[in-house]
Design a protein around this ligand. Structure first.
Ligand code: THU
Length: 140
C-alpha cells in the first residue's frame, strides 16, 4: 500500500505538509547553486520534521534537504513516516542517494513533489516507484 501504518492523509494535513516543506525551503543554504530545496517528513505520530539543503564551499560536502530531514527526525526520536513533501522551484524528485537513505526507514512512502514555478503544482509519486529494486534484504 502507498500509505503503510496509517490512514490516507486528509487534505488539511497534506496542505500542512506542503507548507512545512515550503517553509523549510525558505531556510535553504544554497549559495553556490542557487537551487533551494525544502523537505518535510510527516511522522506516524503526526509530527512534521523539516530539512533544507545545506551547501558548502567544498561543493561535494553539500547536504540534500531530504537527508537533512531524515537526520533531524532520527535525532528527535522519529523513524516511522507517513509521507514526505519536497519543495523546489521545479518540483524535482529526490536524488538516488536520498532515495536509498529514505528506504532505510520506509518500505514505501508517498512523496509529494511541490513545484513553485511557473505555476504552483504538486505531483505525487512514491518511494517504491522511484526506487523499485533497492539494496536491502539479505544484505549486511
Ligand atoms: N538537492 C536537494 O537538496 N535535494 C534534491 O532532491 C536534489 C538536489 C540540492 C543539492 C544542491 O544543494 C542543490 O539541490 C543543487 O543540486
Amino acid at each position: 500500500s502507498a500509505l503503510p501504518r496509517s490512514e490516507p492523509m486528509d487534505d488539511a494535513t497534506r496542505q500542512q505538509l506542503i507548507l512545512a516543506a515550503q517553509e523549510a525551503r525558505a531556510h535553504a543554504y544554497a549559495t553556490y547553486s542557487d537551487f533551494t530545496v525544502g523537505a518535510a517528513l510527516l511522522t506516524t505520530e503526526g509530527r512534521f520534521v523539516r530539512g533544507c539543503n545545506v551547501e558548502n564551499r567544498s561543493l561535494g560536502l553539500t547536504q540534500c534537504a531530504e537527508r537533512v530531514a531524515v537526520g533531524n527526525a532520527v535525532v528527535e526520536g522519529y523513524r516511522d513516516f507517513q509521507a514526505l513533501a519536497i519543495a523546489s522551484r521545479n518540483g524535482v524528485t529526490p536524488c538516488g542517494a536520498c532515495r536509498q537513505v529514505l528506504a532505510e526507514f520506509c518500505e514505501d512512502l508517498p512523496i509529494l513533489l511541490v513545484q513553485e514555478e511557473p505555476v504552483p503544482e504538486t505531483r505525487e509519486v512514491s518511494l517504491r516507484l522511484l526506487l523499485p529494486d533497492r539494496f536491502g534484504r539479505g544484505g549486511p
